[in-house]
Design a protein around this ligand. Sequence first.
Ligand code: PMP
Length: 350
Amino acid sequence: MSRFFTGTLSALKPYTPGEQPQDMKYVKLNTNESPYAPSDKAKEIAKEHLRELNLYSDPEGRLVRDKLSEMYGVSADNIVLGNGSDELLFFSFRAFCDEGMPALFPDITYGFYPVFAEINRVPYEEIPLREDLSIDISDYADKKGTVFIANPNAPTGRTLSIGEIEKLAASRPDSVVVIDEAYVDFGAESAVRLTEKYENILVIQTFSKSRSLAGARIGFAIGSRELIADLNTIRYSFNPYNINSMTLAMAYGVLCDEERVRDNCKRIAENRDYTASRLKELGFEVIDSKANFVFVRSEAIDGERLYTGLKEKGVLVRHFTKERIKDYNRITIGTREETDILIDRIRELM
Ligand code: PMP
């Protein structure tokens, strides 16, 4: 740290992204990307819609918002785009939390939430998951604060039902409930339709997982006009051109080939079942997942040893050092061929 770094953030511990090593070719099952590249059709459409780069990108992202509006049955005024859903999560902490409105989220969830709270200097409370790593919404009942819930949750893969989300939002009309649906397309139910009835629900989704665009950096939020206007106030106070023209064109292209996206999700869900059953054969405990990853542990091999052993053998998975989950690894669902390599390598290690 330089002596110039602001004292107010001197204790900030930044988020550690999953490794993206370039030293060799790994079977990469550590950052929940899609194993499938965007389709040729999506790329062709993107080319036709790419705006010249001497011009700024459209700060309104009209092309993409109009298409999303059609697809999700909400007005374009109910949608805002972000540079990855991470940016929209950051904006939400900025817009809907402060000294008097803390952030509330599970103790085991997306590791960026506490970092966003810290950088925005917002107090936060981590609410313990149940023993089986599921969320009990009644734990949030008597607490004041803006709630952040990933559904499916990461890294567990467990989901809340839409009924539970509705109950949670209805029970706390004076605070925002942010539902982070980064993994929703792999088998959970979206809360988008609840955003019409509940002005306090904000749904955040991403193009990084089911839509194969992790490298393009784009996500979107859907909520009441007022919530979206608040996020735009933050966005226009920070970076109006937050989505570049290449990304806008590519995102539009991918939205024009939804059939491919649906097929990919189906293939990944099928391979999730296959991966889970192969791991169970090896004696792993596999948490029931609706996401494009599984969260697993085994009494026969320590969590960290599995992670390092697999890395040495060219397979990357994600291990977290937090005490409560240090026995586990989170394994992204790739192709069936990648699963077969993973299983062979685990066998060798065991
Ligand atoms: N939410 C959750 C739960 C995630 O796991 C991720 C991916 N790391 C994100 C949001 C952010 O995704 P992106 O910024 O790529 O849209």
